[in-house]
Write a protein that binds this ligand. Sequence first.
Ligand SMILES: Nc1ncnc2c1ncn2[C@@H]1O[C@H](COP(=O)(O)OP(=O)(O)OP(=O)(O)O)[C@@H](O)[C@H]1O
Ligand SMILES: [Mg+2]
Length: 124
Amino acid sequence: MLDPALPLVDANAEQLIQVFMALMINAADAMEHEGTITVRTRAGSSPHEQIIAEVIDEGPGIAGADLPKIFDPFFTTKAPGRGTGLGLSICYGIITDHGGRIEVDSAVGAGSTFRIFLTAMPAT
Ligand SMILES: Nc1ncnc2c1ncn2[C@@H]1O[C@H](COP(=O)(O)OP(=O)(O)OP(=O)(O)O)[C@@H](O)[C@H]1O
Ligand SMILES: [Mg+2]
């Protein structure tokens, strides 16, 4: 579900593609390739966060003890050779560089929602 009426974002398209690819690959890994990944956008209500984009999965969720660490470089729960633990730290860096914010809502057994807030380009 993508909101066609959203304002434009002043952003590096390749970098934002990298962010959404990393989130969707994580979602697919978490669900072991079975389940639905939802990507949706909508308007935000705060003046600096006009655009909200979410990547939602039906995977096992993230343990509370891991939640504060998932954006840290090299934090991974994947088997050696399967993940570097850099995906989310790169997402965090890119979104922060764009003046935005990324957060996660997740609980064990309840799936995960990664939510990105971005600022709209000023109207000309
Ligand atoms: N959608 C998700 N569901 C459950 N756990 C997740 C999800 N996304 C991230 N995680 C947890 O956060 C950790 C860090 O994610 P991150 O993308 O930074 O690294 P990675 O996927 O392990 O490796 P890489 O992205 O470098 O291949 C993952 O190892 C996993 O434990
Ligand atoms: Mg990853």
